[in-house]
Design a binder for this molecule. Sequence first.
Ligand SMILES: [Zn+2]
Length: 671
Amino acid sequence: MTNPLLAEWQTPFEIAPFDRIKDEDFAPALEEALAAHRAEIAAIAESSASPSFANVIEALEAAGKALDRVLGVFFTVAGADSNPAREALQRDFSPKLAAHYSEISANKALFARVAAVWVARETLDLTDEQNRVLMLTHRGFVRSGAALSGPEEARMKEIKGRLATLGTQFTQNLLADEREWFMTLSEADLDGLPGFVVDAARAAGAEKGLGGPVVTLSRSLIVPFLQFSPRRDLRERAYRAWVARGANGSDTDNRAIAAEILRLREERARLLGYDSFAQYKLETEMAREPARVRDLLLQVWDPARARAEADAQVLTAMMHADGVNGDLEPWDWHFYAEKRRKADHDLDEAALKPFLQLDRMIEAAFACANRLFGLEFRPLNVPLYHADCRAWEVIRNGQHVAVFIGDYFARGSKRSGAWCSAMRSQARFPQVQAPVVINVCNFAKGDPALLSYDDARTLFHEFGHALHQMLSDVTYESISGTSVARDFVELPSQLYEHWLEVPEVLREFATHAETGEPMPQAMLEKVLGAANFDQGFQTVEYVSSALVDLAFHDGPAPVDPMEKQAEVLAALGMPHAIGMRHATPHFAHVFAGDGYSSGYYSYMWSEVMDADAFAAFEEAGGAFDPERAEALERHILSTGGSREAEELYLAFRGRLPGVEALLKGRGLIAA
Ligand SMILES: [Zn+2]
């Protein structure tokens, strides 16, 4: 019988046939796909024809399609719906894949052919996009160590394999810690919690097969618990468990793993001739230099810290008025900030929540994409990997554009956070392929499912990434969609969050779950007015994480990352009652893989641009200005990585943004 992962997919839009794929299909499919890719690479490297763009660069683009399919499916289910078998497969696959890609980038004959095309580029009459793909391919080889030989080459291979294994271990330890811990609540412990938190706690208890409600380490449960529970002792227990993820001193402890990762990254950068891992990493980014990153972060840090310290005084006074003496602690901040929000802004999250129905917010995200880009969404009934997943066909002017899949609910088998990935990316070469894009979130289930305002922003954020994939219009897959500089990739997603804040969007789609009434004008104004609320705290917890990430990678690797973290925070004057958004033992952005290492700053770098880019709409005809929308698609959403990020932004906006727009947007300086 043919392995369903490798057979032709005779399904609507060639979506993976999830109903026929079994866990035992993955390992043999991977072996076969790896072998096929190896054979394709060998044919390119050993060809006797003289090297050309077609027989080297295009041939590389066309190779590995079976592998893309197998991994597109595997990583989707491993992240969103894992089980012990899939976890074991992932442990087995990651060193194999690292070895496979190292083997390709260390292939001397192949690199010689790539280099030959690179040297001859001026004479090849290539299109701009072809030139770009050639430059990126060549640079990729050089950066991965293709120019190394002998013991240095062998060491590089070893380092990469080990880093892949460590990254997987880091993630799995984190998942284990998040799954392991829970705190049972008595009926009396539920006092003061709004209905949706009680429901979520009961649902979490039921999922664990327990009779009563529990608090787990799912962000969608623990954050509202910290916000609403008047029980300081329970908040402290929950908070301490939350920040101890990955640092429990047990066999899932991540601290030694983090130290080893940093050591290996530094060694890797030095082998390639860079002074530090940050120098190596930022070479391909819009920021380019560690100093430019630090400069941007510190420009934001001072006003953010000043705001947070002023807020801490207000919250401390509230706590003292409550009869609780002593210092404001990190497990107090959310609780008193929520009280203050109610007092100052009278915005009661529990009252707001019935207006933010998941289904209506999905409709809102679709409706904005329709007004801006003419996209239509038709429900699609296809078997997916979990009953909670939903699919839509995306159409424009009667033409198929993409398939969009939404997997919105939290469950134990899903890793935390929210993300967007393409099971298949857009390309026109070697044949036209339309994207299959998925958004995965961790919203609490309910009937109807209700979101916090933060959840609704997350939904728009991930949908912004999805648009970047779905509207991609390039020839080559390697530069398609979100294949852009890391500090540019959050621009489309963070920019899309702004449409949730457009009053007419909230008026139409934020309707009450029971009465169907639109959100009252007063509440709407409060929601929009509250956007700047607690931004001192939010900015401080984020920027501190970003500066620790940079300090880890800009210079010699720290022997003890926890000590380094403490040093950086002390030098910054980290406010006592605020923790880092992600402390080292659970900083998955930085340690689960290479993606955001010395790159966590990039969310803020992108926010500088998103504030400025949305202002371009406001300066023109408003949030749905058709010319601005057209320019956004033409210069940013459709272009993938076909040009330098800075050029793309300049083409859209006519200039580069400064940090002021961000500070004003967060209310950290006067507008
Ligand atoms: Zn994002």
